[in-house]
Ligand binder design. Structure first.
Ligand SMILES: [Zn+2]
Length: 480
């Protein structure tokens, strides 16, 4: 959905009421008291005029900038986050530290050296070792996807640079990512096994401008140690055209990277303590770390701002909700969801009433999905009714992990909610140098804040049990 639909929805606010919309839902919504309904209206109105969310992400990317997992900048971001959360009036603000093997790209360049010379725009992929000093040079061999590489005889690959030229589909729900991202982790071990010297992939992204997309874990899978990089989409086109024109295309690839054992990271936690049931936790997460080419504004400064601003509006109400709302600003999400794992280790025994995450930028929320118990439909229906004035539609009750930062918690059985943002343009920018404040639309961000404020308040102020009727088992973990 784009801006026009949202403007229309806002124009309809005066005539659409929660109760009127509820009758359109498939399941009769659980009743909501007049006090709660009035608080929801108040939260929605406040969010749609909110300047706090935009200010939070602006301050984060201005004061700190990029925040690589395990870096001094990520540590400064934790200090920044604690100070910000205390200033916003949250309680129990603290850091839960952990360490990781971190990976830092220092040099990442490439060029075509035959036929002719031309520069290529690349980004080294997570876990890539350095090339020999001065770079490596080799002939390029192109494959359409991993299956084609797997089927190739070793002799076709040995001593060459493997190039996997698989595009990513643009979709509103971001589903093109899962299919396209496999090559980012799998190219290196597969190509190395066949005797290749390096791996190049078409960036996992949908842009047509010359921005390459970073990504990947701090360590390549299966013990691989092969230099690997992503080409900006137009640069993948350059290589494909040269190869179509004739064989003997040679590339020089130069990567310098640094690995650090036991680099410091950590999760930042803050709470609105529940007034009646403080041990019942409504968990909302985003991540503090980012890749380093851009500012980490949409990934995931926006999420940090959206959930903090939403919780802050609830904190502004005359009294706290019954249950505790807990903010998790996770560290080291990018190199493998390490903050989410550390959170689960520290809080496995906590009673999580509901878990959600904001980590798909700042475009409009268009759909709500859940993984609730079979008998919790009336609660989902009541949430949808409250979200309908924001033009958010119903999705299914077959949500997977719900996000990397909450995945271990939801896999352990926490009911899960997703407010799907329009991802049509997210993967133009994701993990690139183009991830700056210029990508954030203030009005769209406000709609996100309104939606999360409504969901968090309903979950924390009611006594709804989202497990009612028993939940389907968690879906298997998805590929990052
Ligand atoms: Zn992210």
């Amino acid at each position: 959905m784009r801006g026009g639909a949202f403007a229309l929805a806002l124009a309809g606010l005066a005539v659409l009421t929660v109760s009127a919309l509820a009758q359109d839902a498939a399941v009769t919504p659980a009743p909501v008291s007049p006090q709660i309904a009035s608080a929801l209206d108040q939260l929605r109105d406040a969010a749609l005029g909110d300047n706090n969310g935009y200010s939070i992400v602006e301050d984060l990317v201005t004061q700190i900038g990029p925040r690589r997992a395990g870096s001094p900048e990520e540590a400064r971001a934790r200090d920044w986050a604690q100070a910000m959360l205390r200033a916003e009036g949250f309680s129990n603000v603290h850091v839960e530290p952990f360490t990781l093997q971190s990976w830092e790209p220092v040099v990442q360049t490439a060029s075509v050296i035959a036929p002719g010379q031309q520069p290529l725009v690349i980004a080294a992929l997570g876990g890539s070792p350095s090339t020999p000093a001065g770079g490596l040079e080799a002939e390029v061999v192109r494959f359409l996807n991993l299956d084609a590489l797997a089927a190739a005889p070793d002799a076709a690959v040995r001593g060459k640079i493997v190039f996997i030229d698989e595009p990513m589909a643009r979709t509103e729900d971001g589903s093109g990512y899962g299919a396209a991202v496999r090559k980012r982790a799998r190219c290196a071990p597969m190509a190395q096994h066949k005797g290749a010297l390096a791996c190049l992939i078409r960036s996992v992204g949908t842009n047509t401008d010359r921005f390459a997309h970073q990504g990947g874990n701090a360590r390549q899978p299966d013990g691989a140690s092969l230099p690997a990089a992503a080409l900006a989409p137009p640069d993948a086109d350059i290589l494909a055209r040269l190869l179509a024109h004739g064989a003997g295309v040679r590339v020089r690839l130069n990567i310098t990277s640094v690995m650090q054992e036991a680099a410091p990271s950590g999760n930042v936690i803050a709470e609105i303590r529940g007034r009646e049931k403080p041990n019942e936790i409504v968990l909302i997460a985003a991540h503090l770390d980012s890749w380093t080419l851009g500012q980490g504004a949409i990934d995931d400064g926006a999420g940090v701002a959206i959930i903090t601003a939403a919780a802050k509006l609830i904190n502004n109400l005359p009294r706290h909700p019954r249950r505790t709302i807990r903010i998790l600003l996770a560290g080291s999400e990018e190199p493998g969801g390490l903050g989410g794992k550390a959170y689960d280790l520290a809080h496995h025994g906590d009673t999580h009433i509901l878990a959600g995450e904001s980590d798909l930028g700042a475009d409009l929320v268009w759909r709500m999905r859940t993984r609730f118990g079979a008998g919790a439909g009336p609660y989902a229906s009541a949430m949808l009714s409250a979200l309908a004035p924001l033009a958010i539609i119903s999705g299914d009750n077959a949500l997977d992990e719900g996000g990397t930062d909450i995945a271990p918690t939801t896999e352990a059985g926490a009911p899960t909610i997703a407010l799907n943002q329009d991802a049509s343009h997210y993967f133009d920018v994701h993990h690139t140098a183009n991830d700056t404040m210029a990508q954030i639309d203030r009005t769209h961000m406000r709609q996100n804040i309104a939606a999360w404020a409504i969901v968090l308040y309903l979950a924390a102020e009611t006594d709804w049990d989202f497990r009612t009727g028993g939940m389907a088992p968690a879906a298997p973990p998805r590929q990052r």
